[in-house]
Design a protein around this ligand. Structure first.
Ligand SMILES: [Zn+2]
Length: 433
């Protein structure tokens, strides 16, 4: 904002200068008068922030320092204790003045006269919100938000080794890669991408107050070409009341499954489900492994991979501390070698709830979770199962969804694969206050 103002002022000065020069060359009697008239017209442009015209005030900006309190800051600006007390009392319902945090910015709007009397105290607890304590006339306090702008962007890429690298070469945050791998968690194994796999993404960037970049907001639509097959993903709101959103394919199938892919953030899968596993230690005899071992540090939270009821939370010599959950009449999951359980038998848990922590109890040589997946009472490999969708789209919404994605799909299909493209293209889509 300041910059545009400066350039505008600069242009005006140039015009004035040109007029003076022009007049000087033909009429030498009046140039100075015109110059004065022109300069008098230059009024400082209004600068609005926090809902105030900053030109009406003397603006003081600072950050909360160690040892600062609202009272002390106000005192430094020559406000007496009775008034500080009054402000604190009146503001109490909207803001607790004791909650000022060190390092957070604040702005004091003072009268423009020589007294520079504080009229407003504005505190910014985060980049988007600000709290105004206005004591110009009567005291009032309120919380407000800075205007947020979303800019839609498009990007395409061809994989040479992995998606983060491809995006990095285009100067795009790894967050986009992270969001992509999340959307496609059940469709594409991002650790096994192939050279030549390609993708196109329509996503939104977020800006606060027009200028402050606040990162990638979300992915609207994407297509991933893997093993010569196109995997489309479109974000769609299935419950506007709860604000539930999910990603669906072009046939309206939910891309997410009812189960998380793994119960922990793991370092690696140390052993997969394998009925023909042979172990040298046991004389190369077949020792089937009916679980998937996820290596993780001791103490890593273990999460329920789906909603369900805890049927076992116990200890055996082989399993160590373990938990078993029944999800429905078909599926159960079991988590072994925990350091400690966090749930009791009979307890209902939701997908993602912490049910225990990684340990090495029972028969194990290192810290990991042995994750066992049961279908109709038999242990199966969850990675090879066709698992139920997280939440299928309702038939009522399906028509609406297909109508919604049609132009998005066209937009995706029109994006070109430009390997050398340095910058994503962008266009402004919405501006909200
Ligand atoms: Zn195991």
């Amino acid at each position: 904002m300041d910059q545009t103002r400066i350039t505008r002022l600069g242009k005006r000065c140039l015009i004035i200068f040109a007029i003076i020069l022009g007049l000087n060359s033909c009429k030498e009697d009046k140039p100075l008068i015109i110059e004065e008239e022109e300069l008098a017209v230059v009024i400082p442009e209004d600068i609005f922030e926090f809902g105030f015209n900053l030109n009406d005030f003397y603006v003081k900006r600072d950050t909360v320092r160690a040892g600062d309190s609202f009272g002390e800051i106000m005192q430094r600006h020559k406000i007496g204790y009775p008034q500080i007390f009054q402000i604190a009392e009146k503001a109490r319902d909207s803001f607790d003045i004791r909650k000022l945090q060190i390092g957070k910015p604040y702005t004091i709007l003072c009268s423009k006269d020589s007294l520079q009397e504080p009229k407003c105290f504005i505190y910014q607890p985060n980049r988007e919100e600000y709290i105004v304590l206005n004591f110009q006339d009567s005291i009032h306090a309120y919380t407000s938000r800075k205007p947020i702008k979303y800019v839609e962007k498009e990007v395409s890429g061809v994989i040479s080794s992995n998606i983060s690298e491809t995006l990095d070469q285009k100067g795009i945050s790894f967050i986009l890669a992270y969001k992509m791998s999340d959307i496609y968690a059940w469709t594409i194994d991002f650790t096994r991408l192939q050279k030549g796999d390609r993708f196109k993404v329509i996503y939104t960037d977020k800006y606060i107050d027009d200028t402050i970049y606040a990162g990638i907001d979300n992915i609207k639509a994407a297509v991933f070409e893997h093993k010569n097959e196109d995997f489309y993903a479109f974000e769609f709101e299935t419950d506007s009341v709860k604000g539930l959103k999910d990603y669906f394919s072009e046939e309206a199938n939910n891309l997410r499954r009812a189960f998380l892919k793994a119960p922990v953030e793991y370092k690696r899968i140390s052993s997969r489900y394998n009925l023909k596993r042979r172990i040298a230690l046991y004389g190369n005899k077949i020792r089937p492994h009916k679980g998937t071992d996820f290596s993780a540090s001791v103490g890593t939270p273990i999460r329920a991979t789906a909603n369900g009821t805890v049927t076992k939370s116990a200890y055996t010599r082989g399993n160590g501390n373990y938990v078993k959950i029944r999800h429905n009449t078909t599926y159960e999951t079991q988590y072994l070698h925990m350091k400690k359980q966090n749930v009791k038998v009979g307890q209902y848990v939701k997908q993602g709830d912490v049910i225990g922590w990684v340990g090495m109890t029972g028969n194990t040589s290192g810290p990991h979770v042995c994750y066992r997946f049961w279908k109709n009472g038999k242990q199966v490999d969850p990675f090879r199962e066709k698992l139920p969708e997280a939440e299928p789209i309702s038939s009522v919404l399906k028509a609406k969804y297909l109508e919604y994605i049609a132009p998005l799909k066209v937009q995706l299909d029109t994006i070109k694969f430009e390997v050398e493209t340095a910058q994503p293209s962008d266009k402004l889509i919405t501006q909200v206050n």
